[in-house]
Every structure is written in C-alpha cells, then in structure tokens.
Design a protein around this ligand. Structure first.
Ligand code: C6P
Length: 393
C-alpha cells in the first residue's frame, strides 16, 4: 500500500494511463541532467561522453522487441508521435498522388491513430474503420476482406488500452504480408505485458511509449522494418540518421532503454503474478451482482480489467474511489473530459444503458495483493452506495 505524507491511502490502478518510473530507471537517468548533459551531436567531450549510454540504450530497445540490426528503431517523444509518423509518412510516401489511397484500421484505436486517419481523410485518403466483434477484437479475416488493390496500410493495435484485449496481430500481419500491404501496430499497451517479437510477427512498423512500462514520459520508439522508408514527421537537423530531427532527450532515451530491458525480463512475473492479482481483483468485483467484464480473460493482457457496473455511472464510481485514495479511470486518460460513451462499450454492442457504466482498472508489477483487496472492499461499498441513490437501478 502506498501512503502520502498525511497517511492517506494511495492505490494506483491506472497503469494503462501511465506508470510509476522504476527506481532503477530513475537512477540510470540521473547523471544525464547535471553531469553528462552534453548534446550528443556536439563534437567535444561533453557530447561524445554520452554516446556509450545511448548505444547501450539502443541495443536494449532492439533486444526488447527482437529487432535485427538491419531494422530501424527511431527514438522519439511519445507513441502519438510514432503513430503520426507512420500514418502521415505512408500518406506522403505511398498514397499521395499514387494508385493507392486506402487505409484499413479499427474503430477502437487510440485517438492518435483514429484522429490521424480522420485527418488524412480530409486530404483525400479513404479509410475503413473496422468494427470489433463481440469479443472486442478485429479478426484477420475481416482485415483480409477489407483490403483492396488500393490499400496502402493496415494499422491495428496489439492490445487495446481500455479493455486490454489482445488483437491477433500475427495473423493480421501475415494477411498483410501476403497481400503486399504495409502493416503497422500500436504496441503501446503490449510491451511489458505480453511478448512482442518482430522476428515472429511480420510487422512493418511498430510503436511504443516508455511511460507505459515504467520508463519516463516523453520518450517513445518507432520500429521500421529493414528496407522500408518513412519520411520524417519533424524535419530539421540530422539526428536519428535524418529520420527524426530534434536534439535527443538523452536522459529519457537512457531511461527508456533500461525500462524496456526490465519490462521484458519481468514478463514471466507479469504473466503469473500480475495476472493472478488481476484475476483476484476481477473475481472480487464480479461477485457484485449485475457486473460484467468486457473481453474474455484469455484474450486480454494480464494487467487490465474493464468492468461495467449496471446502474452506476463510471464517473461517479471513479469519484468515490478517488475520495478513498484509489486511482482508476473510465477509459482512455486523454478522453477523460469527453462526455461520449466509451467507444469500446459501444463497439461490443452493449445497449445504451451500459454505455456510461465502464470503469478500467489496470495493474502493474508494483501492485500488491493488499492493494487489490482494499480496492475490492472500497469498490463494493461505493457501488452499494451509488446504487442505493440511483434512480436507474
Ligand atoms: N493511452 C490511456 O489512458 P503517448 O502518451 O503519446 O505516449 O501514448 C498514446 C497512446 C497510444 N496508443 C495507445 C494504445 C495508448 O494507450 C496511448 C496512451 C493512455 O489509455 C493515455 S490517453
């Protein structure tokens, strides 16, 4: 259990929004603020002395996703940047003015994919937003059926941020490879939760974000398969081999590399212990009547549960939990001010009476059993209180 100075409970179950920086990561970053603060592009010792740390970090990123040294990993500012780079890059390089003008994606991507695709529509791109099925997934057959001779790119996330549902990216990647169409996956919610191996899954582009796996905010990565070109989103200096201009954030880059290594080495713990705690939490919450979890357990990342509680507004529940020191969310953190129903709840075909009742709880390797048990206790009390005053229940 975490306590703040006033000995208030602080339980953090919003790890799909962001994660605590691992103390080892913070320690590794520290020398790069006030000691080794040189610009790595400078030719003097202040610049060159950071090179070994950057090389180590890059090697850790390659190893973490099993990329080959012929592939590219471009370090950038966040997954939003990586996803924009892929969609807009393919638009500029492959679609604009060519014979291909079609992108296939899903209706449940993060807004940095969905809204970028919508922006490209205004420039003339044709976009298919595939709906998810009752399992909350898009199957490879649906992708195969959506591909036309004009399709340039398919973009399907590895794991959904709201439900944790894992998409069949390997099958989808194979469909795309066979059809000669580029395939991008947003693996933000997959790294550190399930194995992500670009040698096994033939993706062309893959994006990730350090703050989702106990690294710093403001650091992301974009994998680009060998031989593929992607114009930079940011033009300017020659950093990242002309693929991403702007002075490298050395501390963040170093932190992300170590965070990746730790995330991958902790995968067995994630799969066993985080999964056990998530299942314990889920079982505790499901013992309340009229509750429903979105997505079958075996199809979900081990840390996430997205629950619908009949007769209770997700926001009201969130508020009660927050008052008790427990952090959860009703969905994506960046849509938390939207009054729209959660797209995933709508997408799985739940009726309007369920559309505002969703709540996401997401664990990490720092979550303890005490925290889970306390959350179940507080959650049950909050639901009973809210249902007692609800006219809809
Ligand atoms: N999702 C959530 O609460 P950035 O912050 O740009 O590094 O990551 C954006 C992003 C992209 N793809 C997926 C699948 C994501 O989950 C996120 C971030 C958070 O669900 C904050 S909105």
């Amino acid at each position: 259990m975490f306590y703040n100075d006033a000995k208030m409970t602080r339980i953090y179950l919003d790890n799909n929004a962001t994660t605590i920086v691992d103390p080892l990561v913070r320690q590794a970053m520290e020398p790069f603020f006030c000691e080794q603060y040189g610009n790595p592009n400078s030719l003097h010792q202040f610049g060159t002395e950071v090179h070994p740390a950057l090389r180590t970090s890059m090697n850790r990123l390659y190893a973490g996703i099993n990329a080959s040294d012929k592939d590219d990993v471009i370090v950038n500012g966040c997954a939003t940047e990586g996803n924009n780079t892929v969609l807009k890059g393919v638009w500029f390089d492959q679609i604009r003015g060519g014979t291909k003008d079609h992108i296939v994606t899903t209706s449940v991507e993060h807004p940095c994919v969905g809204n970028t695709a919508r922006f490209l529509q205004t420039l003339g791109a044709k976009v298919t937003f595939l709906p998810v099925n009752h399992d909350g997934r898009v199957e490879a057959d649906a992708v195969r059926d959506a591909i036309t001779p004009r399709t340039a790119l398919v973009s399907v996330m590895w794991a959904n941020n709201e439900t944790g549902i894992l998409f069949p990216v390997r099958e989808i990647a194979e469909v795309c490879r066979d059809a000669g169409v580029l395939f991008h996956t947003d693996a933000v919610q997959a790294i550190g939760k399930v194995k992500v191996d670009v040698a096994e899954v033939p993706v062309d582009f893959l994006t990730f974000s350090a703050h989702k796996f106990h690294g710093p905010k403001g650091a992301g990565g974009l994998f680009v398969r060998r031989g593929l070109r992607l114009p930079p989103l940011l033009h300017g200096g020659e950093q990242m081999g002309n693929k991403r201009a702007g002075t490298v954030n050395v501390a963040n880059f170093v932190g992300m590399g170590l965070a990746m290594e730790l995330a991958v080495s902790n995968l067995p713990y994630e799969d066993k212990e985080v999964r056990r705690l998530r299942d314990r939490l889920e079982d505790g919450l499901l013992s309340l009547k009229d509750t429903m979890v979105v997505g079958r357990r075996e199809l979900r990342a081990p840390n996430t549960v997205f629950l619908s509680v009949r007769g209770v507004e997700g926001e009201a529940l969130l508020w009660d939990l927050n008052k008790a020191g427990i952090a959860a969310s009703t969905g994506s953190a960046c849509a938390s001010e939207s009054l729209e129903a959660s797209p995933i709840i709508s997408a799985i075909g739940a009726g309007p009476e369920l559309s505002h009742t969703g709540i996401r709880l997401s664990l990490s390797r720092f979550t303890t059993q005490d925290e889970v048990d306390e959350t179940v206790r507080v959650f049950r009390k909050a639901v009973e209180r809210l249902r007692a005053i609800s006219s809809a229940y």
